[in-house]
Ligand binder design. Structure first.
Ligand code: ZN
Length: 307
């Protein structure tokens, strides 16, 4: 039986928020079993808590933002992907600002920091959500489809197709394991088009963005002097974003995920659709009669109920 894990010790890091431009200090703190990932805004009186679950998602344009009672934390996806990819089930993320620091635009720093202290196994079993019947969401030619996995694993087929010569077609196909995540996905950086940056900034976004934390794509080349970390770094980063968004289900997933030109909004709609349709999946290590209890206690701990 696989057990739940938290981190062995508290970790601290600091950096700038990609969209807000705020300098933010973060502490990752071990937490008890069945508590999930919870963000705490230490800069606000009473340190309000926001649990990282899909029902707390309040915005999905350019980044994933969670919020509760008017307090938000934005750009959680790369840190959430790191926690999910390394198998951290329970932790508190304490921060003194409104956005998770972007670091180098990838999840590398989070991975190094978490691996620096290591993980601690906990007393409760880890419960996986197993897709039993297809679930799909789409938006014109964009879609995300979750199918049952014949091998009882989490596998991904992700394709992008931007109207730009640098990244008109890229695909990522493979098993999503901790090793694959660390070696193939975690180091891929966020990216943006030079042509969009002025518009983003005019809309109050990308205030902290620079060549130190994003790949900037010009008309026919990238502006970063050191080039790309992988020839297909763009699709790998989209997989990283997807993992962060999928983690908001609140349990690791087993299934075959096929995504085409997806983004935070569609990823979030997929998670909502999964949670709305419990007849299409099951929990491992859980008897059928426990499923309702598990649904309410684990995934909907914030009090909301599946429709
Ligand atoms: Zn991203």
């Amino acid at each position: 039986m696989k057990m739940q894990h938290t981190i062995k010790d508290t970790i601290g890091f600091s950096g700038i928020g990609l969209h807000t431009g705020c300098d933010v200090n973060v502490r990752l703190i071990p937490s008890g079993e069945d508590t999930g990932i919870t963000f705490l805004r230490k800069d606000i009186p009473g340190s309000p808590a926001i649990r990282a679950v899909a029902s707390n998602v309040v915005a999905t344009s350019y980044a994933t933002t969670i919020g509760a009672k008017g307090v938000t934390v934005s750009t959680i996806e790369h840190l959430m992907a790191a926690l999910y990819g390394l198998g951290v089930d329970n932790a508190v993320v304490e921060l003194d600002g409104p956005e998770v620091p972007v670091m180098d635009g990838s999840a590398s720093h989070f991975i190094e920091a978490i691996e620096g202290v290591g993980l601690r196994a906990q007393a409760s079993p880890r419960r996986h959500l197993v897709i039993k019947r297809p679930i799909k969401v789409e938006d014109r030619d964009k879609y995300v489809l979750f199918l049952p996995s014949e091998e009882a694993e989490f596998t991904i087929d992700y394709s992008i197709d931007f109207s730009h010569p640098m990244l008109n077609k890229q695909t990522f196909t493979g098993l999503f394991s901790t090793d694959v995540f660390k070696e193939e996905i975690a180091g891929a950086r966020t990216f943006g088009f030079l042509r969009d940056i002025e518009t983003l900034k005019a809309n109050g976004l990308a205030k902290g963005g620079s060549l130190n934390n994003a790949i900037v794509i010009g008309d026919s080349d990238i502006l970063n002097e050191d080039g790309l970390r992988y020839p297909d770094e763009f699709v790998r980063h989209k997989v990283l974003d997807l993992m962060g968004d999928i983690s908001l289900i609140g349990a690791p997933v087993i299934g075959h995920l096929i995504a085409h030109r997806s983004g935070h909004s569609l990823n979030h709609r997929l998670v909502q659709e999964i949670l709305r349709k419990p007849a299409r999946w099951d929990f491992t290590d859980t008897f059928a009669e426990e499923k309702d209890v598990a649904l309410k206690s684990t995934i909907f701990m914030d009090g909301s109920v599946p429709v």
